[in-house]
Ligand binder design. Structure first.
Ligand SMILES: Cc1ncc(COP(=O)(O)O)c(C=O)c1O
Length: 379
């Protein structure tokens, strides 16, 4: 029998069903899902409007290429502009987070003709060629990806950024940053650091790219995490929460960028089914005020967690929360999964990441707090 190419360390659990913030394995065991399949489940599993929209689209047509008009793309762009508050930006649709960042970096370089990219320590931007070199993890950079065009600077270090621009600012095509680093362990960019990126990129005709693949799409309570501090990026990239599990990624591109035919492209990007999924997600985000809910439940969780003296540090915003635990508590996450039946995410060295659906209820937050507190007491 053909074998799978084993790149993923797997938990011995087979999930066969989902409903809201809960998933069920093949034995019928229920799990509270505070991981959302890695920040992907934004409106909850099997949301009825979402399921109906995809089924309905599939009954009509699932796919046709970007050689014809697909009005669902414009519908999606209209909704995204409205919900994000950036109506004057332009939408380019693709299929994943890495692809979104790859295109954003490419677009920056087309725009200003320059080559150097500034990225930050612990950044994760994906695994395609440029995105992976802008990712601070040499282990996943293949020799063929290696380039001298990426410079890593310390995160939140304004003077290092100023120094870099003073030295080689004329060569910088783009600065790419996650408003809150996900894989990096929930590190929040400060407002003044983001403001510094904004002013230096403007001054040096470089492009400010906000990688909102994990921290965006309403997760922090703002539609885009970097906008919280009052700055606007030139390009926002997004993916995970956008399709609630249907693969779709995108760039929101500010008006100064002018497209030409063939500049960017993809076979699958913006197909009928992906648009139906993404439109349904935004319908639900809008109708159910999920940004507000993410902020409210997130604030509640963070303030409750901060009062727990077994926790070293709590970081994040909205429903993107990192809980730093001491090394002796390294098994808490496994016990939460296998004994309390709660899915959470992780980041090194010993961070529990909460990335639940944006409609997580207070009752579910309380259930987690109770089980988590009990678990911590046992160590
Ligand atoms: C911030 C960020 N950017 C980009 C990516 C890559 O997205 P994808 O796995 O969809 O290519 C990820 C995935 O974890 C991410 O967290």
């Amino acid at each position: 029998m053909m074998k799978l190419y084993g790149v993923y360390p797997l938990n011995p659990i087979e999930i066969v069903k989902g409903n809201g913030s809960y998933v069920y394995d093949k034995t019928g065991q229920q799990y509270l899902d505070l991981y959302g399949g890695h920040a992907v489940i934004s409106i909850g599993h099997t949301n009825p409007h979402y399921v109906a929209s995809i089924k309905n689209q599939l009954d009509n047509i699932g796919f046709y290429s970007n050689s014809i008009e697909i009005p669902q793309q414009q519908h999606l762009a209209g909704l995204l502009g409205e919900v994000s508050g950036l109506n004057n930006y332009q939408l380019f649709l693709c299929n994943s987070g890495a692809e979104a960042n790859e295109n954003a970096l490419k677009l920056a370089s087309f725009y200003n003709g320059k080559k150097k990219v500034i990225a930050f320590s612990k950044a994760f931007h994906g695994r395609t060629s440029l995105a992976v070199t802008a990712t601070d993890n040499p282990k996943i950079v293949a020799p063929v990806n290696e380039t001298d065009n990426i410079v890593f600077l310390p995160f939140n270090d304004e003077s290092a950024l100023e120094q870099a621009f003073a030295t080689y600012g004329a060569e910088v095509t783009a600065v790419i940053i996650e408003g809150i680093q996900g894989v990096g362990g929930i590190q929040v960019a400060t407002d003044s650091f983001l403001a510094k990126i904004r002013s230096l990129t403007s001054q040096y005709n470089a492009v400010f790219i906000a990688d909102e693949v994990q921290c965006g799409y309403g997760r922090t309570g703002s539609f885009y995490a970097v906008n919280d501090g009052g700055v606007k990026a030139d390009i926002y990239t997004m993916a995970k929460g956008m399709g609630n599990g249907f693969p779709i990624g995108a760039l929101a591109i500010s008006p100064q960028f002018k497209p030409w035919h063939g500049q960017l492209g993809t076979t699958f990007g913006g197909n009928h089914l992906a648009c139906a999924a993404a439109i349904a997600v935004l319908d639900v985000i809008k109708q159910d005020n999920l940004l507000q809910n993410a902020k409210m439940i997130g604030d509640y969780l963070m303030s409750e967690l901060k009062g727990n003296n077994k926790i070293q540090e709590v970081r994040g915003k909205g429903l993107m929360i990192g809980i730093d635990l001491a090394p002796e508590l390294k098994d808490v996450r496994k016990e939460l999964l296998f004994k309390d039946h709660i899915f959470t995410g992780t980041a090194s060295p010993n961070v529990i990441r909460l990335l639940p659906a944006l409609n997580l209820t207070k009752a579910d937050a309380d259930l987690f707090l109770e089980k988590f507190n009990n678990r911590l007491q046992q160590f």
